[in-house]
Design a protein around this ligand. Structure first.
Ligand code: ADP
Ligand code: MG
Length: 327
C-alpha cells in the first residue's frame, strides 16, 4: 500500500501548501469553527493543523488513514451532489506515505483522546492514548523525507509559506464563520476572527484583498430561480489596480473558471465600453446536480451542465452591480 499511496500522493500532495489545503478542508468538513495552522520552515519541517471539529473516534482512526476511506460519501448519488470538500478518501493516506504523520483526536462523546501513527511498508497504524481537547490535530513532519526527488523540488521557505498563506486566504474568504490563525516559525502571521455581520466580513475582506479593493468594491446580490450570486466586484474604473484579484467560489469551492471570468469581463466591457481585466470576489450557488466538480483532485475546474444559462446569469448580475456605481 505504501507505494500506491506514494503514487497517489504525487497527484494530491505537490507541496506543503497542498497539505495545508487538504487538512484545512478536512477540518471544515468536520464542522470546525476554529482552525490553528502552525508552520515551520515553509512546511518542510512541520505542518500542524488543530481544529475544534467533530473529532474521530478511536475505532475509526486507522480507517481515516487508509486509502479510499471516506466517511463523507455513502452512495453514488452522493457523488453526484457533493457538498463536502473532500470525498476521495485519499488525502490522509497520501500525506502519511510521504511524511511522518500523527493524527490525534477526540470526539466529544469519548472520554479521552487517541493518537494514530502509520509506518512501514504496510502502513500499519499504531494507537496510543494522548492528551487533546475535543477536536483533531494533524501533525505532518518532514514532508517528502522518503521521496528525495520531490523534496528537492521544494522552493525556499519563504516561497512555500507564501503558497500556504494564499491557501488560507482563499479559504478564509469563503468561510467568514470560521476563525483561522496561521503562524510561521513560532510567529503568528495571520489571524482572521469569525465574522458574522457584514461590517466584520468587510474587515476580513480588506485584510485579505487590501483596503483599496474594499473602497472600490460594489456589493452584489443576485438571484434567479436556484442560481445565486453574491460578493463584490471592483468598480471597473479602478479595477486595473487589482490585477489578479479574482476569487470565485462555486458552492463554497474555489474555482478558476473561464466561463465565469468571461461573463464578468463582458459585463465590464459593456459598462465601460473598453476592455478591462476584472477584479472580484464572488460566490455562486447552484444546484449541485447542475455542476461536476469531480474533475481533478487538485485542479480548480468545474463543469456546468447548462453553461449558457450560468454565463448569462453571471453577466446580468455583475452588470446590474456595475450599473449601480455612482457616475
Ligand atoms: P476525505 O476528506 O476525502 O474523506 P481524507 O483522507 O482527507 O479523505 O480523510 C479521511 C477521513 O478522515 C475523512 O473522511 C474523515 O472521516 C476523517 N477526518 C480527516 N480529518 C478529519 C478532521 N480534522 N476531523 C474529523 N475527521 C477527519
Ligand atoms: Mg479530505
Amino acid at each position: 500500500p505504501q507505494l500506491a499511496n506514494q503514487i497517489a500522493a504525487g497527484e494530491v500532495v505537490e507541496r506543503p501548501a497542498s497539505v495545508v489545503k487538504e487538512l484545512t478542508e478536512n477540518s471544515l468538513d468536520a464542522g470546525a469553527t476554529r482552525i490553528e495552522i502552525e508552520i515551520e520552515k515553509g512546511g518542510a519541517k512541520r505542518i500542524s493543523i488543530r481544529d475544534n471539529g467533530c473529532g474521530i473516534a478511536k475505532d475509526e482512526l486507522s480507517m481515516a488513514l487508509a486509502r479510499h476511506a471516506t466517511s463523507k460519501i455513502a452512495s453514488l448519488d452522493d457523488l453526484e451532489a457533493i457538498m463536502s470538500l473532500g470525498f476521495r478518501g485519499e488525502a490522509l493516506a497520501s500525506i502519511s506515505s510521504v511524511s511522518r504523520l500523527t493524527l490525534t483526536s477526540r470526539p466529544e462523546s469519548q472520554e479521552g483522546a487517541w493518537q494514530a501513527y502509520a509506518q512501514g511498508r504496510e502502513m500499519d497504524v499504531s494507537l496510543k492514548p494522548a492528551a487533546h481537547p475535543c477536536g483533531t490535530t494533524l501533525e505532518v513532519l518532514d514532508l517528502f523525507y522518503n521521496t528525495p526527488a520531490r523534496r528537492k523540488f521544494l522552493r525556499t521557505e519563504k516561497t512555500e509559506f507564501t503558497h500556504i498563506d494564499e491557501v488560507i486566504r482563499r479559504i478564509a474568504l469563503v468561510r467568514f464563520d470560521v476563525e483561522f490563525s496561521l503562524s510561521h516559525n513560532g510567529k503568528r502571521i495571520r489571524h482572521y476572527r469569525a465574522a458574522s455581520e457584514q461590517k466584520q466580513q468587510e474587515r476580513r475582506l480588506a485584510a485579505i484583498c487590501g483596503s483599496a479593493f474594499l473602497e472600490h468594491a460594489l456589493h452584489l446580490e443576485w438571484q434567479h430561480d436556484a442560481l445565486g450570486l453574491t460578493g463584490w466586484v471592483a468598480d471597473p474604473r479602478a479595477a486595473g489596480q487589482f490585477s489578479e484579484l479574482q476569487y470565485c467560489y462555486v458552492n463554497g469551492r474555489m474555482m478558476r473558471d473561464k466561463l465565469i471570468n468571461h461573463a464578468i469581463r463582458q459585463a465590464y466591457q459593456d459598462k465601460l465600453g473598453a476592455d478591462q481585466q476584472p477584479a472580484y470576489v464572488l460566490y455562486l450557488t447552484i444546484d449541485p446536480h447542475q455542476v461536476d466538480v469531480n474533475v481533478h483532485p487538485a485542479k480548480h475546474e468545474v463543469r456546468f451542465h447548462q453553461s449558457r444559462l450560468v454565463h448569462d446569469f453571471i453577466y446580468q448580475g455583475v452588470l446590474s452591480a456595475l450599473q449601480s456605481a455612482t457616475e
